[in-house]
Design a protein around this ligand. Structure first.
Ligand code: ZN
Length: 384
């Protein structure tokens, strides 16, 4: 145990004084080593602390052998007495998320025999990977139990058992450990070897909220948050639901049903539109029956309809080029050009060059778009 690490004596220490042992420039900035520190270095799944040392911003804290290295933006002379201030909001949030991870992992392990095989503290969401498949109902069950544990306000206990003592103890650990080990116990929920910082008692977690559970590798990935972050995320999702509720004039508890109804209506309207468009295409194709070469400009057709109309013209018996353009001079035109048994490869290449277009397809059928005026298209086809 390194006694210079003040966060092990008191994880709630927000300010401390110390003396500079060394300060050297390297690629991350100025690497500062102090006689003692309350800054937690990145490790054990917990991101590092940030803050200031003598008012100078700390950008990263890591470990180098036994030392804790603080990276700062300006140098401080060796031997200087310094005052360190921890970014407490950040640290407390990390302590909350990290402690919640212990409790939840311990409960999943106890109830379903699965292991925490990955933990990531993202900016917005925290993910926990388990090595067994777990259902959403099981996740909700653990959420309920974990929150009951929060309300019980149980104290977190730190133990330093010897190797011998540990032989008779049950605890979670990612690897076999030798010598004295720091065990973090949330009695009744979890016991785990850990070098991180934790809250004093479970009540400080406020709330543990699960957001999703997705299949991941051999097991699942769970999204969860606790404390202030949970409140923030719940509010974000609540606002979204409120907005949907206002837009659809539905009660907030009935938005899914309202969206479902809207989607059904939308589908029916789409089907009707497809019917109308098909009728329109049929009558257009009919109008040009008997013509050998056809060039049609029609506003507002979907790419599918442009293709279908060109096909219909070809199937009508036209032997020459059947070309359909849909769009306008500002936004350009979608096109479909085809010819029964034709080889249009070169022709389409030329057309794309002349009309500032792109696209291609099979030898007898090409699709794409052009950025030009209708008069350019007419002129090009006049010369064919
Ligand atoms: Zn821990």
């Amino acid at each position: 145990m390194d006694l210079e690490r003040l966060y092990y004596k008191d994880a709630y220490l927000k300010e401390f004084t110390s003396r500079v042992v060394s300060c050297e420039k390297d690629k991350r900035g100025y690497a500062l080593i102090l006689e003692n520190t309350a800054f937690y270095p990145e490790g054990g799944g917990q991101p590092c602390d940030l803050g200031t040392i003598n008012g100078i911003k700390v950008t990263y804290v890591g470990e180098k052998g036994e030392d804790v290295v603080h990276y700062i933006e300006e140098p401080i002379a060796e031997g200087t007495e310094v005052k360190g201030i921890i970014d407490w909001e950040r640290r407390f949030d990390l302590m909350q998320q990290h402690s919640a991870e212990h409790i939840v992992s311990g409960m999943f392990h106890e109830k379903y025999g699965c292991n925490n095989v990955g933990f990531h503290m993202g900016k917005d969401m925290i993910t926990l990977d388990l090595d067994k498949e777990i259902t959403w109902e099981q996740v909700q069950e653990i959420e309920r139990k974990a929150n009951e544990y929060v309300w019980s306000n149980t104290e977190c206990v730190t133990l330093y058992p010897s190797e011998e003592e540990r032989e008779h103890m049950e605890y979670r650990s990612k690897k076999p450990l030798k010598g004295i080990v720091r065990l973090i116990s949330f009695p009744g929920a979890d016991m785990c070897a850990c070098c991180g910082t934790h809250v004093k008692s479970s009540g400080e977690l406020g709330i543990i909220k699960m957001f999703s559970c997705q299949k991941f590798h051999q097991g699942v990935r769970i999204e969860m948050l606790c404390g202030g972050r949970a409140l923030e995320q719940i509010n974000i999702q609540l606002e979204q639901n409120k907005a949907v509720s206002n837009l659809l004039s539905a009660k907030t508890a009935e938005t899914a049903r309202a969206v479902d109804r809207l989607l059904s209506e939308n589908q029916a309207v789409k089907a009707q539109l497809i019917g109308y468009e098909r009728e329109k295409l049929t009558s257009l194709a009919q109008k040009h029956k008997g013509e050998d070469t056809v060039l049609i400009r029609e506003e507002g057709l979907s790419p599918d309809s442009v293709r279908n109309l060109a096909n219909m013209l070809m199937e009508n018996g036209a032997e020459g080029l059947c070309s359909v353009f849909s769009g306008n001079d500002e936004d350009g035109y979608k096109y479909a050009v085809c010819q029964k048994n034709g080889n249009l490869k070169e022709f389409i290449k030329e057309m794309n060059t002349a009309l500032n277009g792109r696209g291609g397809g099979k030898p007898f059928f090409a699709q794409g778009s052009v950025s030009c005026k209708w008069s350019d298209i007419e002129n090009f086809f006049r010369e064919v």
